[in-house]
Design a protein. Structure first.
Length: 260
């Protein structure tokens, strides 16, 4: 019997449910004849630029979306101001992941993260850093728009966490930028963004840089606006420095090419 079948049988017999990420990796291994056995090696095999790796990432992307679309773990998917789930966007081999709070009105309409005013500002920040938005992964803590764009509550965040966890476990990014209090508290509960921004958090093997949410920048004026902009600029640069330190080729992977 193949080792994966033995593992599946063991977990079924013990009535232990395999985590969704593990099931997906086994599925991927079967589907794409990946010879590796351990999860890290399977993930490594899909990071490259070859056709095989690209196809397996496309498959994973679709499976992550299917899993999200089937999600009914909290009532937000029934809320009247919600029209669709908003999955993360970008390559699943991105060394950098940006995490926001949750979809707003524009994101809900378009089914894409960070496409409203805050998203435009985020894209501008990335452009100024010569980072191509299409080359990094951008997602949110929750995937359904809450009524009146209110902050998601703890129950909703916990219920939705399997979606973000699935994305992160497939991407295994080197660095995460947490945009605002909601993603910060996801990784470090009970923290204040005012106190923690700009300070590294290491959690579950990720280097996480908390910074202000772009919507917060948009609400500032005068001297505070200047201060907040500098803080965010500093935090993004700090995150990129760490990324280069951990993975020297990262910046060339996520930058605009000179020709572009
Ligand atoms: N704010 C967020 O936190 N996420 C989005 O996708 C858009 C706005």
């Amino acid at each position: 019997m193949a080792i994966e079948d033995e593992i599946k049988q063991f977990f079924a017999a013990e009535e232990i449910h395999l985590p969704e990420s593990m099931k997906l990796l086994i599925e991927l291994k079967d589907k794409f004849n990946i010879p590796e056995f351990d999860a890290d090696a399977i993930l490594q095999s899909i990071k490259g630029d070859g056709e095989h790796a690209k196809k397996s990432r496309m498959y994973l992307r679709n499976r992550i979306r299917e899993s999200l679309n089937a999600c009914q773990r909290c009532p937000l998917y029934l809320s009247e101001t919600h029209t669709q789930k908003v999955p993360g966007e970008g390559p699943l081999n991105s060394p950098l992941v940006l995490i926001g709070e949750g979809p707003g009105l524009d994101e809900d309409k378009q089914g894409r993260p960070f496409v409203g005013r805050a998203g435009q500002l985020l894209t501008t920040i990335l452009d100024k850093l010569n980072i191509s938005r299409e080359k990094i992964y951008i997602t949110n803590v929750i995937k359904c728009r809450p009524p009146q764009n209110r902050t998601p509550n703890k129950k909703e965040i916990t219920a939705c966490s399997h979606n973000l966890e699935l994305e992160l476990s497939m991407i295994s990014p080197k660095v995460i930028i947490a945009l605002g209090a909601v993603p910060l508290n996801y990784f470090k509960p009970g923290s204040s963004i005012m106190r923690e921004r700009g300070r590294w958090i290491t959690s579950r093997g990720y280097w996480i840089m908390p910074t202000f949410h772009p919507a917060y920048i948009l609400r500032q004026q005068g001297k505070t606006l200047v201060k907040v902009k500098w803080a965010v600029w500093h935090d993004f640069n700090n995150a990129l420095e760490k990324l280069t330190e951990l993975y020297p080729e990262a910046i060339s992977k996520i930058s605009y090419n000179e020709k572009e």
